[in-house]
Design a binder for this molecule. Structure first.
Ligand code: PBG
Length: 330
C-alpha cells in the first residue's frame, strides 16, 4: 500500500511515539572510558590533539574513573605512558609503573569498576613498534612475532597481579591470545578475561593517540602486523582465531570506518563484540565542533548509536562520561 494510504511520517509526528519506536538505544552500560596514565601524583595534562582528554597520574586516574563510574559507565581501559623506553619495552611489566599503580588506586577508590588494561609494547619500545624487532631486522623494522609473545604475556600477568579484571592485547601478533591465556592461567589468574583487539586495521585514525601515548613508530609503519582496511574476510579469520585461542570479547577497531565489519562479526560470532571509537574519530568531531561546523553532542550520540546499531555491545569511547550524562538527560 503506497502513498497516500501509507504515510511513514504519521508515526514521526509525536515525540512520545518516536521514543516508543526507537529501535536501538545506547546506554552508559555499553561504554568503556580509555584513560592515559603516567607517573607522579596530583598531575593531569591535557593532550594537544585530543582536547578534553588528559594524561593522569595514578591518583588523578582514580578520580576520573570514580567520576565516570558515578555517571553510570561500568569500565575503564588503561594505557600507560612510561617514563623510560628500551628495545624490549621492559617498562611494560614494571610493578611500580603507571598502569599497575593506577589499577591499584582505581580499585582502592572504586572497587566495583571494571578495569581493562591495554597490552602492547608500542609505548614502551624506543622504536615504537608493537613488538620486539627481529635481530636481523635492520632498516626493515620487522617485528619478531614469537619473541614478542612472552613479553606480552609477562605484561598481562603484571596487570593481573595489580588487580586488572581483563587485559586487552592490541599488538596484533599471531598467537598472543593463547600465549596470554596460558600465562594468566599458569599464574593463577583464570578469572582474568581477555578482550582481544581482533580486527585492528592499520588506520590513519590512530594519529592523535600516537601523540598522546608517544607511541608512533620511529621508522616504518604497522602494516606488517595491523590489517589492511580493504579486507573483510581476513577480519573474520582474525576474530575466529582469537575466539579459538580463548578471547572472551573480540574487538573491531576503528569503529565508524568499520561499521560493516562490526555488523558482519555480530552476525557471524556469538562472542561479545566491542568497537573502539578511536582518537581520530574523536579529534574530527571535536575539531569541527570547535569551529561551529557540527553540534558535538548530536554528532557523538549519532555515531555511538550507529556503532551500536552495527552490532557492538561494548563501545570504547573518549566521550564515555559525557555521553553517559547526555544519555541520562535525553
Ligand atoms: C597500541 C594502540 C593504539 C591504539 C590503541 N592501542 C595505537 C596504534 O596501534 O598505533 C589506538 C587508539 C586510538 O587511536 O584511540 N597499539
Amino acid at each position: 500500500m503506497p502513498y497516500p494510504d501509507t504515510r511513514l511520517r504519521r508515526l514521526r509526528q509525536h515525540p512520545a511515539a518516536r521514543r516508543m519506536l526507537q529501535e536501538y538505544r545506547i546506554a552508559p552500560d555499553n561504554f568503556v572510558l580509555p584513560l592515559f596514565v603516567h607517573g607522579g601524583s596530583g598531575d593531569r595534562r591535557e593532550i594537544d590533539a585530543m582536547p578534553g582528554v588528559f594524561h593522569h597520574s595514578p591518583d588523578m586516574a582514580a578520580e576520573a574513573a570514580a567520576e565516570t563510574f558515578d555517571a553510570g559507565v561500568p569500565a575503564v581501559l588503561l594505557f600507560g605512558v612510561p617514563d623510560r623506553k628500551d628495545a624490549a619495552g621492559s617498562a611494560a611489566w614494571a610493578e611500580d609503573g603507571p598502569v599497575c599503580r593506577s589499577i591499584e588506586s582505581i580499585k582502592r577508590r572504586s572497587p566495583d569498576i571494571h578495569v581493562f588494561t591495554d597490552v602492547c609494547l608500542c609505548a614502551y619500545t624506543e622504536h615504537g613498534h608493537c613488538g620486539v624487532l627481529a635481530p636481523d631486522a635492520g632498516e626493515s623494522c620487522r617485528v619478531d612475532n614469537d619473541a614478542t609473545l612472552p613479553l606480552l604475556a609477562r605484561m598481562a600477568c603484571a596487570h593481573a597481579r595489580a588487580g586488572a579484571d581483563a587485559v586487552a592485547p592490541s599488538d596484533m601478533m599471531d598467537g598472543r591470545v593463547r600465549a596470554i591465556r596460558r600465562a594468566l592461567d599458569d599464574a593463577g589468574f583464570a578469572e582474568v578475561a581477555i578482550m582481544a583487539y581482533s580486527a585492528k586495521y592499520a588506520s590513519a585514525f590512530y594519529g592523535p593517540f600516537r601523540e598522546a601515548a608517544d607511541s608512533a613508530p620511529r621508522a616504518g609503519d604497522r602494516s606488517g602486523y595491523q590489517m589492511d582496511p580493504a579486507n573483510v574476510r581476513e577480519a573474520m579469520r582474525e576474530i575466529a582465531l582469537d575466539i579459538e585461542e580463548g578471547a572472551d570479547i573480540v574487538m573491531v577497531k576503528p569503529a565508524l570506518p568499520c561499521l560493516d565489519i562490526i555488523r558482519r562479526a555480530a552476525e557471524r560470532f556469538d562472542a561479545p563484540i566491542a568497537a573502539y571509537q578511536v582518537s581520530g574519530e574523536y579529534a574530527m568531531i571535536k575539531a569541527a565542533a570547535a569551529r561551529g561546523w557540527m553540534d558535538e553532542k548530536r554528532a557523538v550520540l549519532e555515531s555511538l548509536t550507529a556503532i551500536r546499531r552495527a552490532g557492538a555491545q561494548i563501545i570504547i569511547t573518549y566521550w564515555a562520561a559525557d555521553a553517559a550524562r547526555w544519555c541520562a538527560r535525553r
